[in-house]
Design a binder for this molecule. Structure first.
Ligand code: PRP
Length: 183
């Protein structure tokens, strides 16, 4: 069976993009009390690389949110599956996401940090998906702006699989993919 994947950003290209984001973030947060908050599960790979690209001191925590489950469309119901261990009060929070689509997840999460008294809340997303007629959620640091295609790799999954792929790829027909396709 032919692999229904098209690589849209290679491993090397992603590395250059993440390094550039790291450079910008390091410049803007120098001297601040920076806390990176990765949104599980999808952001874990991006967060690890972004953290290592920063040249300034920073702490790391995680928050869990899920609205897609195994589906390719958001259910619209954002479930917080983990709250951060760190008290956000007085912290400069940089939320790290793999992808923003509807913005519902980040709406919920930024609301949490503002209510908890964070000094500042900004967003770094590797990908922002844009769709005609849909208002884009404002992000402060963005790696790539893409269309509404389904993406896998570099943290993003299809039914929990393929997060480990080192590149970003589109899956033109998710129904064709099964566990054996990429082996
Ligand atoms: C994905 C992604 C974002 C969210 C973005 O998470 O990691 O958190 O969807 O979508 P939105 O802008 O429409 O809210 P998902 O719920 O798929 O969980 P996962 O990160 O564990 O894959």
């Amino acid at each position: 069976m032919e692999i229904p994947l098209r690589v849209i950003h290679s491993e090397l290209e992603i590395k250059k993009t993440v390094d550039e984001l790291g450079r910008q973030i390091s410049e803007q947060y120098r001297g601040k009390d920076l806390l990176l908050v990765g949104i599980l599960n999808g952001a874990f790979i991006f967060l690890a690389d972004l953290s290592r690209s920063l040249s300034i001191p920073h702490k790391i925590d995680f928050m869990g949110a899920s609205s897609y489950g195994d589906a390719t469309q958001s259910s619209g119901n954002v479930k917080i599956t983990k709250y951060p261990d760190t008290n956000p009060q007085g912290k400069d929070i940089l939320i790290v996401e793999d992808v923003i689509e509807t913005g519902l997840t980040l709406g919920r999460i930024t609301g949490y940090f503002l209510e908890e008294g964070a000094s500042s809340v900004r967003i770094c997303s590797l990908i922002v998906k844009e769709k005609p007629g849909r208002k884009s959620f404002p992000a402060d640091f963005v790696g790539y702006r893409e269309g509404d295609e389904f993406l896998i790799g570099y943290g993003m999954d299809y039914a929990g699989l393929y997060r480990n792929l080192p590149f970003l790829a589109t899956l033109d027909d998710p129904s064709l993919l099964d566990e054996n396709t990429l082996s």
